[in-house]
Write a protein that binds this ligand. Structure first.
Ligand SMILES: [Zn+2]
Ligand SMILES: [Zn+2]
Length: 417
């Protein structure tokens, strides 16, 4: 693998045309030629990966996207798991889980599950399929850029792969319980396929290559104080600030307005919710006359007590340690901008990228409840119910994701100028 740093000029000595784009993380204007296979372009200032041709293929991404889209209706409606206890049977599907949560009054949890696990994955995959099919046919309709912008933006908010992890963690836990037989049904197998295809479509898609195919990049840098679109990287003259980006339609901003205040407020709200999210019951069960409530802390302790260390570590990481660390990272970045600190800029920028990507996996815990509730429903033998901690947790995770999305890392790099 080769690393290609940015060049100073738009043309090299052999006359190869370089394109000019802006690094979304540090704001540097970058200029580089079309990459050869198995190469990676990296911003030499902030070490952000700008483009990679290694293991990427628009054809593979299109195939994965269309296959996922075809599987989604079945994944949403078919039974995922079946549980049997003392002759009583119950099944769980995504739709019945959401309906049952709604029926029991857990409206926020049910609505958010519908949006993030059913609606947004379908919308994102449909937009991505439209864009990739249009490019494959050589079409360049005016909606192509905005459609791909939405597909990129929805990438982190579409959580089918997170739901797959939630089902896997929950299934592993249920197989350890006495008197309970759990089997994976057709919907569960399709969910595994759709979740893996979603991960594969993300891995094989290089957004920069798609933006270049949509068009609009030139080798000329308008002037030294040009601004770059944070969504697609297109470089524009500073006079165009406030106008829509001609390629993706996002509003062109030299820096996001009030990003520090908004991110600081979102992190503060998430921090307040960290305590009820982990100390209030996530769910409760009333099985065979035994009533139990599970907080995240209590769940981790119980798993370790049962000797289920891998599950205990995953739960501790996704539910407790990871959200706290992500808030600490975001708080550090906000304070650094406020103090105009130049220390550890590359590390802070990398941490921000990691937080923006990892925050969605914190939703694993609350999403487990979506299929637990209908699955553990054995009439007079007992049932499972959601707890107040689940709603607090899902809102806390969404606030952390929103905080990472609203921050503008270029503000940190302004301290060096
Ligand atoms: Zn950079
Ligand atoms: Zn743009």
């Amino acid at each position: 693998m080769r690393d290609v740093g940015f060049a100073e000029s738009a043309l090299d000595s052999s006359g190869i045309c370089h394109v000019a784009i802006a690094c979304p993380d540090c704001g540097s204007l970058l200029s580089f030629p079309p990459l050869p296979r198995r190469s990676t372009a990296i911003c030499l200032r902030c070490r952000n990966q700008i483009e990679s041709t290694s293991g990427r293929s628009a054809h593979a991404a299109l195939a994965c996207t269309v296959a996922t889209l075809a599987l989604l209706p079945a994944v949403d409606t078919l039974p995922l798991l079946r549980a049997e206890m003392l002759g009583q049977r119950s099944e769980s599907s995504l739709i019945t889980g959401v309906a049952q949560l709604w029926h029991h009054g857990w409206i926020v949890l049910a609505a958010l599950s519908v949006v993030f696990v059913i609606v947004l994955p379908a919308v994102r995959m449909a937009l991505l399929a439209l864009v990739l099919v249009a490019l494959r046919l050589g079409l360049r309709p005016p909606w192509l850029g905005p459609a791909f912008r939405w597909a990129v933006w929805l990438d982190r908010w579409a959580m089918l792969d997170v739901f797959l992890l939630a089902v896997a963690v929950g299934y592993y836990y249920l197989t350890t319980l006495e008197h309970l037989d759990v089997t994976i049904e057709s919907g569960g197998r399709l969910l595994l396929g759709a979740g893996l295809l979603t991960i594969l479509s993300r891995a094989t898609l290089d957004a920069r290559a798609i933006w270049r195919a949509i068009g609009g990049e030139t080798g000329a840098v308008p002037d030294d104080r040009a601004i770059g679109c944070r969504t697609c990287g297109l470089v524009q003259a500073t006079v165009r600030e406030g106008e829509p980006c001609p390629r993706c339609g996002a509003r062109l901003r030299a820096r996001k307005r009030d990003a520090v205040v908004i991110t600081g407020a979102l992190v503060s709200a998430a921090l307040i919710l960290l305590f009820p999210a982990n100390l209030s019951p996530m769910n409760s069960s009333n099985l065979l006359g035994i009533y139990l409530e599970y907080t995240n802390f209590g769940y981790v302790v119980q798993l370790c007590h049962l000797g289920l260390w891998p599950l205990g570590v995953v739960t501790f990481w996704t539910s407790i340690l990871s959200p706290a660390l992500m808030m600490a990272c975001l708080g550090w970045c906000v304070l650094a901008v406020w103090r105009r600190s130049r220390r550890r800029l590359v590390l802070r920028t990398r941490l921000l990228r990691t937080v923006a990507e990892a925050a969605r996996w914190s939703e694993t815990g609350p999403l487990t409840i979506v299929f637990f509730v209908p699955l553990i429903d054995f009439g007079h033998l007992g049932a499972e119910a959601a707890g107040g901690g689940a709603t607090a947790f899902i809102v806390m995770s969404l606030l952390t994701m929103a905080a990472a999305a609203t921050f503008d890392p270029r503000l940190m790099w302004d301290a060096t100028t």
